[in-house]
Write a protein that binds this ligand. Structure first.
Ligand code: DPX
Length: 558
């Protein structure tokens, strides 16, 4: 059988476990899409636009470990770039594949459509280098296998997106067949000397400490170190807190679990616990202005063991040359075995009182009802905005997953990402919490949930504006045009869809709507939850003030 560049790419994507790839057609990628379709191990899934295609792939990577998105040159790829940058910030291996100009046009001075109108077509590759860990341009079949392999392996190893563009006349050009690969090829060789020293110096800190607390950060999933983190906590008998972006990355039924550490907006007791610890193990954290509450909660000092994805810093020294997983495994083997520290085990999430059925719907009641729906099979996707604060205050059963995009924070991310996530883990129940402002960016991707019959339940929080922005800094720009959100589902259903659009203005209406949503297995359900504009979590307001203060510091004059 004759093999082509496109078939080679398809087989490699399939070998790394992809069952789907996301796509938007355009004349620079049509032949490539045909080549990918020839691979029967993968399904081609279509999106409404390239930004959403990138975010759908990002969501798929969250559920499935890696993903691919296929777009056309410039008009498509530059839109997708925003989502790819998001995948970079969020540590997700998404392979962006763009069709590109005919190889015969390079160097001819030809002006091509869908380009900047200059005769240089290299700008897209240059742009993509900044938001990916590897970027290649393929203009001949002979070098295609090496370039494709480099891009895919680097993405898997670094847990970052990568980019490849393929000239439109090369994707069906003949090339060699790929040989088998092992997933282990993504790993680096361990530097044993460095690892041993990192473990010894960490033990020196832990052995002299009585009150040990772990802070689990969001990169723990990207580094595949969740199990090792839990084992270390078991061995040390220490208290464990999570950072907001790591919600669901540590089991909340674990006996050491003490809730969310987020400076002044922590779960009850968690801030004191962290501040009084004599050893703090920070596992894969991201300390940015948001997670440190405007730089007011950034653990530093001699009592901190900082365990990052490729580096450990402890006792004034830093070590690298091993993965976080290997470090945690070694540390757990040698760490002192202690019973759970005698710290008071409090309920870490405040209980929300149930509202009367005829009471006007509130943010609290909505959160309470959504929390009650969560099982070990649920994936809850929560958009930037007050949905973050609602998701992070939920009690999670073991196995429930929460997806947040706290580093990139692109409003509108959640609709396509939930679509991709649902596509990549169809055995799970997907719930999406999204504010009205965010929804307006990417609403059309709900149509793909209808098309692919995915029973995602969408809680659309209609509070008539950008409430998180109102909390940070108010102005006329924070108020949006109202839409008939529930009514949109009819538009997307058109002649053959099974989506359901519902509205809830009281607690009882929401409970009824949830019943109907659970019974709808043939498509998504959107429940428009109408709440007062001023009705948001207290933590949002408190956190918003601190972050606003940090970000409005006046320039320093020397
Ligand atoms: C903006 C944000 O309605 O949620 O809970 O009412 O805040 P809340 P909404 O979805 O509003 C979101 C809004 C405008 N952020 O409050 S968080 C600025 C912003 C961003 N991403 C992009 N553009 C602007 N985060 C792409």
């Amino acid at each position: 059988m004759t093999y082509t560049v496109g078939m080679y790419l398809a087989e490699r994507l399939s070998q790394i476990g992809l069952k789907h790839h996301f796509a938007v057609a355009g004349d620079f990628n049509l032949v490539l899409l045909d080549q990918l379709l020839a691979n029967k191990e993968m399904e081609q899934v279509y999106c409404c636009n390239e930004l959403n295609c990138g975010f759908s792939a990002e969501g798929y990577a969250r559920a499935h470990g890696a993903a691919a998105a296929v777009v056309t040159f410039s008009v498509g790829a530059i839109s997708a770039m925003n989502a790819i940058a998001g995948a970079y910030a969020e540590n997700l291996p998404v392979i962006l594949i763009s069709g590109s100009p005919n190889s015969n046009d390079y160097g001819t001075g030809h002006i091509l459509h869908h380009t900047l109108g200059t005769n240089d077509y290299t700008y897209q590759l240059e742009m993509m280098r900044h938001v990916t860990c590897a970027a290649e341009s393929i203009t001949d079949a002979a070098s295609a296998p090496a370039k494709i392999d480099h891009v895919i392996r680097t993405a898997l190893r670094e847990r970052k997106p990568a980019y490849v563009e393929i000239a439109c006349n090369v994707s069906d050009a003949e090339c060699v067949r790929p040989g088998p690969v092992s997933s282990l090829l993504a790993e680096l060789r361990v530097d044993d000397v460095s690892l041993k020293a990192a473990v010894e110096d960490s033990l020196a800190l832990l052995e002299k400490s009585q009150r040990v607390t772990m802070i689990v950060g969001s990169k723990v999933r990207a580094t595949h170190a969740q199990t090792q983190t839990e084992h270390l906590a078991d061995k040390l008998g220490c208290a464990v807190t999570i950072m907001a972006a790591a919600k669901s990355f540590f089991p909340e039924d674990h006996k050491g679990f003490r809730g969310l550490y987020w400076g002044d907006v922590s779960s009850p007791g968690a801030q004191e616990l962290v501040e009084k610890s004599d050893a703090l193990i920070c596992v894969a954290p991201v300390f940015n202005d948001y997670s440190t509450v405007g730089w007011t909660a950034w653990p530093k000092g001699d009592n901190v063991l900082l365990a990052e994805p490729n580096r450990v810093t402890v006792g004034g020294k830093t070590y690298e040359g091993f993965t976080l997983r290997e470090f945690l495994e070694e540390l757990a083997k040698k760490a002192p075995s202690r019973p759970l520290t005698a710290q008071e085990s409090k309920k870490h999430t405040p209980v929300i009182e149930q509202a009367k059925a005829d009471a006007r719907l509130t943010n609290d009641e909505m959160t309470r009802q959504i929390n009650a729906m969560l099982t070990s099979d649920t994936t809850l996707v929560a958009e930037t905005g007050d949905s973050w604060f609602n998701a992070t205050r939920m009690d999670l059963p073991r196995g429930a997953r929460v997806e947040l995009e706290m580093q990139w924070g692109h409003i509108g991310w959640s609709v396509p990402s939930a679509f991709g996530n649902a596509m990549g883990s169809q055995e799970r129940q997907h719930i999406l919490m999204v504010g009205d402002g965010s929804f307006q960016l990417t609403a059309q991707e709900m149509a793909q949930m209808v098309r692919y019959k995915l029973p995602v339940i969408i809680f659309l929080v209609n509070n008539r504006g950008y409430v998180i922005e109102i909390a940070i800094h108010d102005g006329p720009y924070n108020y949006i045009k109202n839409w008939d959100y529930a009514g949109l589902m009819e538009v997307f259903n058109a002649e053959d869809g099974h989506g359901l659009g519902l509205k809830a203005t009281t607690a009882g209406e929401l409970a009824e709507a949830i019943k109907k949503a659970k019974a709808n297995h043939e498509g998504p359900t959107i429940i428009e939850c109408q709440i007062e504009r001023s009705d948001c979590t207290k933590t949002l307001v408190e956190w918003g003030k601190k972050v606003a203060a940090a970000n409005s510091r006046k320039p320093q004059v020397s």
